[in-house]
Design a protein around this ligand. Structure first.
Ligand SMILES: Cc1cc2nc3c(=O)[nH]c(=O)nc-3n(C[C@H](O)[C@H](O)[C@H](O)COP(=O)(O)O)c2cc1C
Length: 158
């Protein structure tokens, strides 16, 4: 009799990539998105830590191959969209030449908030590989899909 020893590895399993997922969240949506992203990266074989922007480990960050940075969309729904709590996000150490994927969460209309955060991080030297806002009602689907796309785009899948 053959015994099952757990689910098979996903196709294109990654090798030893270190991923840090940073979130700035007020009501928990962006934290949840971060956890979904981290979960998907872990399933893909990466070593992952998920941290609030206020509790970073600088050594871990320095050693990361890929960093996800996320916050919420602040705006007037129809206009004025911007990254929420940008002051706190700016306290993350400069991610010089790090591959960075920006994510945000929003309710109905994110405008260009994700691209604005990407521009801020790029101005500080980050190599931004993706920027997307995720609908807070569809995080369980949109967040892992984003993570998988980003991992593929940086060549994480063998
Ligand atoms: C002051 C304020 C402004 C917001 N502006 C927008 C907006 O312009 N567009 C939008 O889609 N959602 C907007 N939202 C909703 C948040 O972006 C959304 O609920 C987000 O998921 C919150 O993330 P968090 O739970 O991590 O704090 C706003 C929320 C607040 C509190």
């Amino acid at each position: 009799m053959t015994r099952s020893v757990g689910p098979p590895l996903p196709v294109g399993h990654t090798v030893a990539m270190k991923v840090v997922v940073i979130h700035q969240s007020r009501t928990g949506n962006t934290r949840r998105a971060a956890e979904f992203i981290g979960g998907a990266a872990e399933v893909a074989g990466a070593t992952v830590t998920v941290r609030p922007a206020t509790n970073l480990d600088y050594k871990e960050l320095a050693e990361a191959d890929l960093v996800f940075v996320g916050t919420w969309v602040d705006g007037l729904i129809l206009l004025g969209h911007r990254p929420g709590d940008l002051g706190k996000v700016k306290q993350i150490p400069k991610l010089w030449d790090k591959r960075v994927a920006v994510f945000m969460t929003h309710a109905v209309n994110p405008g260009q908030a994700a691209n604005k955060l990407a521009a801020v991080l790029e101005a500080d030297g980050a190599d931004v590989v993706a920027a997307r806002s995720l609908n807070r009602r569809h995080l369980a689907v949109e967040a892992p899909a984003f993570a998988t796309e980003v991992l593929a785009s940086v060549g994480a899948f063998a």
